[in-house]
Design a protein around this ligand. Structure first.
Ligand code: PLP
Length: 456
């Protein structure tokens, strides 16, 4: 094995890390962490640290680290057939089985699964399918997509445009045309502090209606949203939000794309966020929890009414000109089959609900009254602590205060617990593996209290 110093040097010299301040890393002002193993909610690094990963990698190792059953399923598939494509009617037992397992779990009106590799490419697929759908229906002008500020849907050109966070737009000349943004359902950040939740929901729905009117209902193809805003700050919607939004979309024949990349397969304590909030998606995006990140795989699940139009389209115009070499990759599919079986066997959706509720309540009790904590919120096994400079006037920190980064640093240094500062650094987010125990939740809660008290 290479010496740590040698590997760290090669890392700085050769590896272009995503989402990393490049100069600081190259100059050695930012530490490398070379991760070597993991079990349950813990990862280990080459320095011998054992860290409690309360963010499941990037909200994705839902089953927990080190599950041999999935590793064995991957190895068996690789030995038998590492790859064959899925074009023109080809497939493997793994991807056919996985499509069936997904549809057995998805809402009844969903019809077929198209497989990709990442959440971003699945959302690219979704937008192309929506455009194709409207072209087949003879309404080529119905193409714009409405997304929300603070939504996250990927970092490609189209998906980065859908993402409603400025970091993903600035310096890239995004968003592209065809993308329009509407309000985030973020009650804590409402402009008018006197507004009730119900008034705020009505305002979101009214603003959406007004935006559609302004753009022209015949130009709007779809609305895309995460059931709970994820990277935008882990924000569960206020009561009645999705009902009000769906009513507006139905009025103008606008498709609903539900981005379940984080919420799919149990994170909210329900199989899908769509079940959790009574959503009726036309397309659902899945990734992360589909394989618990043991191999890259994503999917676009299309509803009956979309599928019928796609079929008509190919009868008229021939095969859809869209596909990836690695669509339905057999190794990803084998990982997905083993992962979904384990989620059922270990009752992880129930655990996400039960331990999740315990975790969110525990955080509220432990840190809710601290002077810089403005809001503690969560849904299922996903939680956020939002920091404010002044509680009574709800004065926010400036991103340059980097308060969340200080807390995340203290969590790591003092307690070996991994949390995440999001998205501008004034929110501390948690999205632990679905297998987290109540004892492990207690560790994270106590560590969070200490870390916040340390930086106050
Ligand atoms: N959609 C949501 C809701 C996500 O959270 C993410 C990633 O975090 C994506 C899409 C993009 O997925 P990927 O990073 O696999 O491209």
């Amino acid at each position: 094995m290479l010496e740590n110093d040698q590997l760290a040097q090669w890392d700085r010299e050769n590896f272009f890390h995503p989402s990393t301040p490049l100069g600081q890393f190259a100059r050695g002002e930012l530490n490398n962490r070379i991760v070597t193993g993991g079990k349950g909610v813990y990862i280990e690094d080459r320095e011998g640290n054992k860290l409690l990963d309360a963010f499941a990698g990037l909200y994705c190792v839902n089953i927990g680290y080190g599950r041999q059953e999935i590793a064995e399923a991957i190895a068996a598939q690789a030995k038998e057939l590492a790859y064959y494509h899925s074009y023109v009617g080809h497939g493997t037992e793994a991807n056919i089985t996985l499509a069936k397992m997904i549809l057995d779990r998805a809402p009844d009106h969903m019809s077929k699964v198209y497989f990709g590799q990442s959440g971003s490419d699945a959302n690219e697929t979704n937008i192309k399918l929506v455009w194709y759908y409207n072209n087949v229906l003879g309404r080529p002008e119905k193409k714009k997509i409405i997304s929300r500020w603070r939504g996250y849907h990927g970092s490609g050109l189209m998906t980065g445009s859908l993402t409603g966070l400025e970091t993903f737009h600035n310096q890239f000349d995004l968003p592209l045309p065809y993308v329009v943004h509407t309000d985030a359902p973020y009650y804590f950040r409402r402009d008018n502090l006197g507004q009730s939740e119900a008034e705020f929901v009505k305002q979101c729905a009214d603003n959406l209606d007004a935006l559609i009117q302004k753009e022209g209902p015949d130009t709007i193809a779809a609305f895309i949203g995460e059931p709970v805003l994820g990277t935008g700050g882990i924000v569960p919607p206020p009561a009645g939000y999705w009902e009000a939004i769906q009513a507006v979309l139905n009025k103008y024949d606008i498709l609903l794309i539900v981005d379940e990349v984080i919420t799919g397969f149990g994170r909210l304590g329900s199989m899908f966020g769509s079940d959790h909030y009574g959503l009726k998606p036309d397309i659902m995006t899945i990734a992360k929890g589909l394989t618990s990140a043991y191999a890259p795989l994503s999917g676009s699940i299309v509803a009956d009414r979309v599928w019928k139009v796609l079929e008509d389209g190919t009868d008229k115009y021939g095969a859809i000109g869209h596909g990836w070499t690695y669509s339905a990759h057999p190794i990803g599919a084998a990982a997905g089959v083993a992962n979904l079986k384990l989620i059922d066997e270990l009752k992880l959706v129930d655990n996400a609900k039960d331990t999740g509720a315990y975790f969110v309540q525990g955080l509220k009790d432990a840190v809710g009254d601290l002077p810089i904590v403005g809001d503690v919120r969560g849904e299922g096994i996903m939680a956020a602590v939002e920091f404010v400079k002044d509680k009574d006037s709800r004065t926010f920190f400036d991103p340059t205060d980097k308060i969340g980064y200080a807390v995340v640093g203290a969590l790591l240094e003092r307690h070996k617990v991994i949390g995440r500062a999001m998205p501008q650094g004034d929110i501390l987010g948690f999205a632990p593996p679905l297998c987290m125990t109540k004892e492990e939740a207690d560790t994270v809660i106590a560590a969070t209290k200490d870390a916040i008290e340390t930086v106050i």
